[in-house]
Design a binder for this molecule. Structure first.
Ligand code: AQP
Length: 340
């Protein structure tokens, strides 16, 4: 069977973008693929995390996976730092990838800002660790939001360069010349890029300083309704056709969220709401968001109150992940020429 890998950073409050762009899409895949869902705590520390916040956020991401419907007996759910092979392969990839590739990443440029000499070295090397996460399991499919597309292209470049640089050794070891496979991004649907509720040109993000910019998975019904009510929009009513959303980033975003939450297309949503004002649409969207997120949020809250169970799931997942990861690393060490 083909393998799916994806991960989420425990770097703050999970939001609607993480849910619609990633977590929710993970659930149906577990019936068709061999799935590995990781809480990437080593990625999170590329920017400073208070240790207690990191522990809490790690359990929250794991709880969100399970609350959303991922079955930890079927899919592997674990946190990255428990499987040291991620760090080991990332080091090899640091020596394969070129610095210039890393400087070109838009996420690095966005996060480093004007301060690019004073961010952690880990932030620059982030895509190399991400390539290790995926390729350690020889995963072929990676469901992510649109913002991760460039990192996935880099993963392919790293895999290819490794296969090329070590082609003679791979052959000598009697291994498949395409030792690391080509990964396919799975980026589809109306919710690949949910935008901030305050600014339709910025993506909804955990690290946005404004809490009003995102709907958190742990927000209560009242909080969700207030944030949607206050969301920035233009004064025009909703258009009747999708073309009418062009140049209206905020309207486009809210219609996209409605579409994703109701499993409809934007055209279907506009067929229903075209010509209506925000006074009608926003309460309808709030009601829908509460009805979809409410059960997930309730289950998440229950699970985070039982850290022993969550930690048990992560430990069991890590044991299963490590077994696969070590098979790959044993081959990689031989290919590279490390003596054991
Ligand atoms: N706004 C979004 N719309 C759709 N998908 C999104 N994702 C993130 N934001 C959106 C997807 O969620 C998954 C987990 O993301 P991550 O935790 O690895 O890091 P990120 O992409 O950097 O997420 P954030 O929330 O924006 O965090 P910060 O603020 O720390 O950068 C990925 O599949 C991502 O595509």
């Amino acid at each position: 069977t083909q393998r799916v890998f994806s991960g989420i950073q425990p770097s703050g409050d999970l939001h609607l973008g993480n849910y619609l762009g990633a977590i929710r899409r993970f659930v149906p895949l577990q019936d068709q693929y061999d799935c590995i869902y990781c809480v990437v705590d080593m990625h999170a520390i590329t920017v400073w995390q208070e240790p207690n916040d990191l522990r809490r956020a790690t359990r929250e991401v794991a709880a969100a996976y399970v609350a959303a419907g991922i079955d930890p007996k079927k899919a592997i759910v674990f946190n990255q730092s428990q499987v040291m092979q991620h760090a080991e392969l990332a080091w090899v990839f640091n020596c394969i990838a070129r610095i210039g590739w890393m400087y070109r990443m838009t996420q690095f440029k966005d996060k480093a800002g004007k301060n690019s000499e004073n961010v952690s070295l880990g932030l620059l090397a982030y895509p190399s660790l991400m390539a290790a996460d995926i390729l350690l399991y020889k995963a072929t499919h990676v469901p992510v939001g649109d913002d991760q597309k460039q990192h996935l292209e880099l993963t392919r470049d790293i895999a290819q360069k490794f296969n090329n640089d070590y082609s003679a050794s791979i052959k000598e070891q009697g291994l498949d010349p395409e030792f690391f496979p080509t990964t396919e991004p799975m980026i589809a649907g109306p919710a690949t890029r949910i935008m901030s509720l305050r600014d339709g040109t910025k993506k909804m993000s955990k690290s946005d300083p404004s809490d009003q910019s995102r709907i958190s998975l742990l927000d209560d019904a009242d909080g969700i309704a207030k944030k949607i009510k206050r969301a920035t929009t233009d004064p025009e009513p909703l258009p009747s056709e999708v073309e009418g959303l062009k140049g209206r980033a905020e309207a486009d975003n809210l219609v996209g969220i409605y579409a994703a939450l109701s499993d409809k297309s934007k055209a279907e949503v506009l067929a229903q709401f075209g010509g209506q004002g925000w006074g009608v649409f926003k309460p309808a969207l709030a009601e829908l968001a509460v009805s979809v997120l409410g059960p997930v949020s309730g289950e998440m809250k229950r699970l985070v109150n039982d850290p022993a169970t969550i930690d048990g799931i992560l430990r069991d997942g890590a044991d299963r992940a490590r077994a696969i990861a070590e098979d790959t690393m044993r081959e990689v060490r031989n290919i590279v020429g490390f003596i054991r």
